[in-house]
Design a protein around this ligand. Structure first.
Ligand SMILES: Cc1cc2nc3c(=O)[nH]c(=O)nc-3n(C[C@H](O)[C@H](O)[C@H](O)COP(=O)(O)O)c2cc1C
Length: 157
């Protein structure tokens, strides 16, 4: 049984989450950054995990395009979906649902919001400005939830 984690990440939080998840799933798990590598060939895997981060309510367009292009193929696999996002509760669940095609979401073994991290020094000026507008000066970051990542891994095993 081969597993691949395919992710998109703007500043590295989702990348970190993808590797934390890989550690939980075992060394044989492959990890691919869809924003840098070419699209992986899915027929080599029976378990496929897709993850990305949310900006302005949306996951990266590369992930949207990939999930919709390979929807039929993914429908025949064991699939797990996750996002990294600052939102909590119902809003976070809505963002998670909106990030992937409905059919794929319903087909998935598990879906989770892993939390967020913000690396301020890396942000573009625009992102820094928007963040300040949205959160104010005393912005709090929830951090990545190791517990949620472990729960996700257990469900996928
Ligand atoms: C400019 C900006 C806009 C954001 N917009 C949202 C948003 O609409 N919804 C949300 O839940 N989180 C939002 N976030 C939080 C990110 O999703 C979060 O920081 C995530 O961990 C980033 O992951 P990445 O480094 O892999 O891109 C935003 C963050 C920034 C900096």
């Amino acid at each position: 049984m081969k597993t691949i984690i395919i992710y998109t990440s703007k500043y590295g939080c989702t990348e970190k989450a993808a590797y934390l998840l890989k550690n939980q799933l075992g060394e044989g798990t492959e990890v691919v950054n869809l924003m840098l590598a070419k699209e992986p060939t899915l027929d080599r895997y029976d378990t496929i995990i897709l993850g990305g981060s949310v900006y302005y309510g949306k996951i990266q367009k590369q992930m949207t395009a990939f999930a919709s292009k390979f929807q039929n193929e993914l429908g025949k696999k064991r699939v797990g979906l996750f996002i990294c996002a600052g939102a909590k509760g119902e809003q976070a669940t809505q963002e998670l649902k909106a990030s992937f095609p409905e059919k794929l979401y319903n087909h998935s073994i598990t879906t989770e919001v892993f939390g967020d991290e913000i690396y301020e020094e890396k942000l573009t000026l625009l992102d820094r400005f928007v963040l300040r507008m949205v959160k104010g000066k005393n912005r709090s970051v929830n951090g990545l939830s190791k517990e949620t990542i472990e729960r996700f891994a257990l469900a996928m095993k």
